[in-house]
Write a protein that binds this ligand. Structure first.
Ligand code: P6P
Length: 337
C-alpha cells in the first residue's frame, strides 16, 4: 500500500522545485486547501442547514446569488487574509478587487483570483460544484497596496492554478507549471491526500460537453462541429458546472465548448477566474484551450476583472479537429461600413 502523501507534505516537498521560493506560495496553496475543507463541510451539509436557496441578492453579473456562494467567498477571503501571504484577491462575487491588510511582517508578492463556487445553480439539486483559483505574482511595488494591474495579467503569467470539485468525493487539482496533481479529501483525517499523480489528459475521448439547448443560436461552424461529434457517436455530457465538466475531460478525454450566443456574444465564461486557471491546468496536463477565434486562452489580454470569452478546451487532437471546422466553415463577418 502506497504511503499517504498529504497536500501539505507534497507542496512543501515540491517547494524545492523553486530555488528562490520563500515559502509564500507554499503558504498560499495551503491556505486554499484549508478554505476548501471549510467550504466542503458546508457544501456537504447544505441540504441540512438553512443556507440553501437564493440569497436574494444579485452578483456583479446580475445572477441570483446562492447563500453558499457568499459563504464560500467569505471563507476563501478569510483564509487568505489570515496568513497575509497575498496582497489582494479578485472574486466572481466582488465587483472590484479586495485589498488584503498589509501585515507588517510580509510584503506579500502574490494576488489570488477565484470563483468561489462555480456552478452554484446546481447546489439545490445536489449536483457537483467547484472552486476555481489562480495565483499571480504581483507587478506593483510590494511596499504598497495591490493595484488593478496586478490582476489584469495574461494566463501565461499564472504562477499556480487549480480547482476543487465537491462531488462524490472532494478533490483538489492544481499545477505550479510542473505538471498536474490531484488530492482527494479523506474526511477521516481531514487531509487532502495525493490520489492522482502527474495527470495527463488523453489525446482524445468519447465525450463532448456543450449546452445543446443553444444549438440553433450557435454560429454555423459550431453547429457543424457539434453535428460531427454526434456523427462520431461521441456522448454528450454537460453538467452546467464547468469544473465538473472539465474534471471529467481531464481524466477521460473529450472537449468542452462554450461558444458565443445571442445572450453572451463574447461567450459566458469569465477569463480571469474560470477560463485561465482551468486552461492552465488542462495545458499542463497536455491539453489545449482556445477561444472560437482560435486564439490561445492563456495569451488573451485581460482588460477587465470580469471579462468573458468563448472557450473550447480539452483533448489536444479534438481541439485541433474543432479548429479545422472553424477554418473550413466560418463565414467571415461582412463589414457593411
Ligand atoms: P449555461 C455556471 O454558472 C457556469 O459559469 C459554468 O460553471 C457552466 O459551465 C456554465 O456557467 C453553464 O452555463 O448557460 O449552460 O447554463
Amino acid at each position: 500500500m502506497n504511503r499517504i502523501v498529504t497536500l501539505d507534505e507534497f507542496i512543501i516537498h515540491r517547494q524545492k522545485d523553486f530555488p528562490f521560493a520563500s515559502g509564500e506560495l507554499t503558504g498560499l496553496l495551503r491556505d486554499i486547501g484549508v478554505a476548501a475543507k471549510i467550504v466542503n463541510r458546508e457544501v456537504n451539509k447544505a441540504g441540512l442547514v438553512s443556507i440553501l436557496g437564493v440569497e436574494g441578492s444579485e452578483n456583479t453579473h446580475g445572477e441570483q446569488v446562492q447563500k453558499l456562494d457568499l459563504y464560500a467567498n467569505d471563507k476563501l477571503i478569510d483564509c487568505l487574509k489570515n496568513s497575509g501571504e497575498c496582497c489582494g484577491i479578485a472574486s466572481e462575487e466582488n465587483e472590484d478587487f479586495v485589498q488584503m491588510p498589509m501585515l507588517e511582517s510580509k510584503n506579500s508578492k502574490y494576488v489570488v483570483v477565484f470563483d468561489p463556487l462555480d456552478g452554484s445553480s446546481n447546489i439545490d439539486v445536489n449536483v457537483s460544484v467547484g472552486t476555481i483559483f489562480g495565483i499571480y505574482r504581483r507587478k506593483s511595488d510590494s511596499s504598497g497596496p495591490c493595484e488593478l494591474g496586478d490582476f489584469l495579467q495574461k494566463g501565461t503569467e499564472l504562477v499556480a492554478a487549480g480547482y476543487v470539485i465537491y462531488g462524490t468525493s472532494t478533490i483538489l487539482v492544481y499545477t505550479t507549471g510542473r505538471g498536474v496533481n490531484g488530492f482527494t479529501l479523506d474526511p477521516s483525517i481531514g487531509e487532502f491526500c495525493l490520489s492522482h499523480r502527474d495527470i495527463k489528459i488523453p489525446n482524445r475521448g468519447g465525450y463532448y460537453s456543450v449546452n445543446q439547448g443553444y444549438y440553433l443560436k450557435f454560429d454555423v461552424e459550431m453547429r457543424r462541429y457539434i453535428d460531427y461529434c454526434s456523427d462520431m457517436n461521441l456522448r454528450l455530457r454537460y453538467i452546467g458546472s464547468m469544473v465538473s465538466d472539465i474534471h471529467r475531460i481531464l481524466f477521460q478525454g473529450g472537449i468542452f465548448l462554450y461558444p458565443n450566443t445571442r445572450k453572451y456574444p463574447q461567450g459566458k465564461l469569465r477569463v480571469l477566474y474560470e477560463c485561465n486557471p482551468l486552461s492552465y491546468v488542462v495545458e499542463q496536463a497536455g491539453g489545449k484551450a482556445i477561444n472560437t477565434q482560435l486564439n490561445r486562452i492563456l495569451e488573451m489580454d485581460v482588460t477587465d476583472l470580469h471579462m468573458r470569452s468563448t472557450i473550447v478546451i480539452g483533448s489536444p487532437d479534438m481541439v485541433d479537429e474543432m479548429k479545422e471546422f472553424v477554418e473550413r466553415y466560418s463565414v467571415p463577418s461582412v463589414n457593411i461600413g
